[in-house]
Write a protein that binds this ligand. Structure first.
Ligand code: UD1
Ligand code: UDP
Length: 385
């Protein structure tokens, strides 16, 4: 094959940036085969900048679609309009999207309209519940309808897609690229001297008592806005009062639908530290120092096994069922008493705690990006034979 393959990688939010960073780095290693265009839609601003800076991503195209607290419709119309222009100018052979965000779905959708091939990283995750997670479940189902190459992170995801009629020729079991991202991040941190430690880590060392058990919390899902967030906050408040020897640390997502109620219920409690979203390096550090995690995040559920941390999942449904099946994470919903009971069990009972420490990682082996990039190359090599 003489001509290089022109690939446009698109992302817009923090988790897409993290999970596509290793794919981008792998494509960059193969610059004799690929021309790469990196496009950020800017669906997230500060939270994405942290990722772009940490992974040194250098986007070729940076859109600016974020407006505070805009509706999904407004966000969608901006992405649709601007991606059309991006594709008109860039004319890629293939676009790579990741996961289930509005950026991922609408980038893929416009690519479909322009008959550009689509590669979908983290394909096949399902709850089969239309509104949970919302709108992600439908975003990813729709991407599967129009993608040409599907990169499934787990066997379950692979089988979901086979059952939905996706041809095995375009379907690859790769593992999740988040494991590659953690490995890249951990290596980068290892090469730093004590002096180069990030300011955020120094800040965390200052505000936390590392002799205490630390519970790390994140929460941001749209289906939890309102009563569910309040329930979770009430549970955290109760836990902080019951266990004075525990520090709860909570980097609060910038969405005002999260930030406002969390600030209202949990400010000014000694052993609850509400902090800004962390860059990936201090977040990995904080995970490694935590006793266990309470989260509704998709990415955090997948990262925790690598760091061997138990997870309490504050959702009614999860598409990351692999770790639940292994007993290393637990789906506990958003009921206040259920959160208190499950956290108390882990804090009071070492045997139950130990049972939730991962022996292996169901989400990948750190080689997903390599597999993805080589599948893309093979696809074009075969096509041109
Ligand atoms: C989005 C994704 C979700 C993903 C999550 C990761 C959609 C519909 N949702 O949800 O799938 O799990 O990102 O975090 O694609 N904001 C800022 N600064 C930022 C980021 C967000 O101020 O850097 C605020 C803005 O007010 C913004 C709001 O958060 O309007 C919501 O952002 P949005 O991307 O629409 O939704 P998320 O809840 O972040
Ligand atoms: N993360 C981070 N800083 C934080 C909180 C999370 O870097 O303060 C990382 C986390 O390690 C994971 C990703 O962000 O890789 C998850 O993003 P989020 O929970 O926003 O989205 P989801 O994975 O649920 O789509």
């Amino acid at each position: 094959m003489n001509k290089k393959i022109k690939i446009l990688v698109s992302f817009g939010t923090r988790p897409e940036g993290i999970k596509l960073a290793p794919v981008i780095k792998e494509i960059q290693k193969e610059s004799d085969k690929f021309d790469l265009i990196i496009c950020s839609t800017g669906q997230h601003k500060e939270m994405l900048k942290q990722v772009i800076d940490f992974f040194e991503l250098k986007p070729d195209i940076e859109l600016d679609v974020m407006v505070q607290n805009q509706s999904l419709g407004m966000l969608s119309s901006k992405i649709l309009g601007s991606m059309e222009e991006v594709f008109k100018k860039a004319c890629p052979d293939m676009v790579i999207v990741q996961g289930d965000t509005t950026t991922a779905f609408l980038t893929a959708f416009i690519a479909f309209y322009r008959k550009i091939k689509i590669g979908h990283v983290e394909a096949g995750l399902r709850t089969y519940n239309k509104y949970s997670p919302f709108p992600e479940e439908i975003n990813r189902q729709l991407i599967s309808k129009i993608a040409d190459l599907h990169f499934a992170p787990t066997k379950n995801a692979y089988e979901n897609l086979r059952k939905e009629g996706i041809d095995a020729k375009g379907l690859f079991l790769t593992g999740n690229t988040v494991v590659d991202a953690i490995n890249w991040g951990a290596n980068r941190i290892k090469t730093k001297s004590e002096d180069q430690k990030s300011q955020d880590i120094r800040y965390l060392e200052n505000i936390l008592d590392l002799n205490k058990k630390i519970i790390l919390v994140t929460m941001h899902r749209r289906e939890s806005f309102g009563k569910e967030i309040a329930n979770v906050c009430e549970a955290l408040k109760h836990i902080s009062q019951k266990y004075k020897d525990v520090d709860i640390v909570y980097p609060v997502h910038l969405n005002p639908n999260v930030r406002n109620p969390v600030g209202k219920i949990l400010s000014n409690i000694d052993n609850i530290k509400l902090i800004k979203p962390l860059s990936y390096e201090p977040f990995l550090w904080l995970m490694s120092k935590s006793y266990f995690l309470i989260t509704d995040s998709g990415g955090v559920q997948e990262e925790a096994p690598t760091l061997r941390k138990p997870v309490l999942v504050i959702r009614e449904f999860t598409e990351r069922s692999e770790s639940v099946d292994l007993g290393i994470s637990k789906l506990i919903g958003t009921n206040t008493q259920s959160i208190i009971n499950n956290a108390s069990l882990l804090l009071d009972n070492e045997v139950d705690y130990e049972k939730m420490i991962a022996d292996n990682n169901p989400y990948g082996d750190g080689k997903a990006s390599k597999k993805i990039v080589s599948a893309i190359f093979d696809y074009y090599s075969l096509k041109n034979k």
